[in-house]
Every structure is written in structure tokens, then in C-alpha cells.
Design a protein around this ligand. Structure first.
Ligand SMILES: [Mg+2]
Ligand SMILES: [Zn+2]
Length: 179
């Protein structure tokens, strides 16, 4: 088992204009490519865990999202970075068919997406880190037993996810720092 970095997508890695799925709207958040490179240099596998309730609400299809993710991987490859896997929750509590069923166990802050990835890829959650821009991201990480951080921390003078990445590596993976 090895540790990993779990990342939210919208407003953590990429700019969110609200239920983003169009490739033409793809845009990195400031510092995101640098953060991904730092984690890669530290030898940490990268996973995205994302709530995509727009699927359940009918705003876009799973195929639309998969096309967006293929583009995201291609853009990451320009920086020599690859996401090992991307896990998503397609459900939404306001969707028609959700009301009949129990709430899903994958919509963050539920930890289902992280549990599934950890099992599939043999990841040690207790030494892993989740990063996101919302409290639901922090909750999902903590509910899965990971350390969890917001994508930036202005109070601590870490205004971008690149600053956070450097801090997280120093704090949690000091033996993996590149000189
Ligand atoms: Mg987000
Ligand atoms: Zn779900």
C-alpha cells in the first residue's frame, strides 16, 4: 500500500463556471499545474474525486464528462502529469429518481469515492491527503481517514494550490522532497 493525493476537480484544479463540462471552458486554476508537478516529483499517485450531480440533473451526460476528463488528462500530459484514475459521483439529491432511493454513498462529503479508489489501487488512506475548495471535500477526506486541506490558505500565506502542495509535501512526505 502507498499514499496518494486525492484532488477535487471544480475550483480546485480547474475553473468552474457552474456545471462545467464543455471542453471550450477548460481552464486550470492558478498554480494547479505546478502543484501537480510537485506531487508527481514526490512520487505520489494522483486521483480526482468529483461530484458531478449535473449528470443526474440532466445538464450534461456522462459521455460529456468523460470527454472533458480526456481533455483534462491531455492538458496534464503537457506537464508530464497523469491522473491515475478519476472517480465521480453522478448523483444529486434534487434529481427525480434520487428521491425514491436512499442517498448515495459517493457524493462528497461521503467517503465512497475515496474508499473505492483505495481498494482498486491499493492506497493507504491513513497516509493520504485530500485537497479541495469546499467543506464537503474536507469532510470526504476526513471521513475516509485522510488528512484534508483546502486548496489555499491565505491566512498562512499559501494563496495557491501550488503553495499548498509544497507545504503538504514538506509536512506529510518530507522523505520524498526533491533537493
Ligand atoms: Mg470544488
Ligand atoms: Zn453518488
Amino acid at each position: 500500500m502507498q499514499p496518494a493525493i486525492f484532488l477535487d476537480r471544480d475550483e480546485t484544479l480547474t475553473v468552474d463556471k457552474g456545471y462545467t463540462y464543455k471542453i471550450s471552458e477548460f481552464q486550470w486554476k492558478t498554480g494547479a499545474p505546478e502543484a501537480l508537478k510537485l506531487f508527481k516529483e514526490a512520487g505520489l499517485p494522483l486521483f480526482i474525486v468529483t461530484n458531478q450531480g449535473g449528470i443526474a440533473l440532466g445538464y450534461f451526460t456522462e459521455a460529456d464528462m468523460q470527454a472533458f476528463h480526456a481533455h483534462l488528462q491531455a492538458e496534464a500530459a503537457k506537464f508530464d502529469v497523469e491522473f491515475t484514475d478519476i472517480a465521480f459521483c453522478p448523483h444529486h439529491p434534487d434529481a427525480e429518481d434520487s428521491k425514491k432511493d436512499k442517498p448515495c454513498t459517493c457524493r462528497k462529503p461521503e467517503p465512497g469515492l475515496l474508499f473505492a479508489l483505495a481498494e482498486k489501487w491499493d492506497i493507504d488512506l491513513s497516509s493520504s491527503v485530500m485537497i479541495g475548495d469546499r467543506q464537503s471535500d474536507i469532510g470526504a477526506g476526513q471521513n475516509a481517514g485522510c488528512a484534508a486541506y483546502f486548496d489555499c490558505d491565505f491566512a498562512a500565506d499559501r494563496p495557491t494550490i501550488a503553495d499548498q502542495a509544497a507545504y503538504i509535501i514538506q509536512k506529510h512526505f518530507p522523505d520524498r522532497m526533491t533537493p
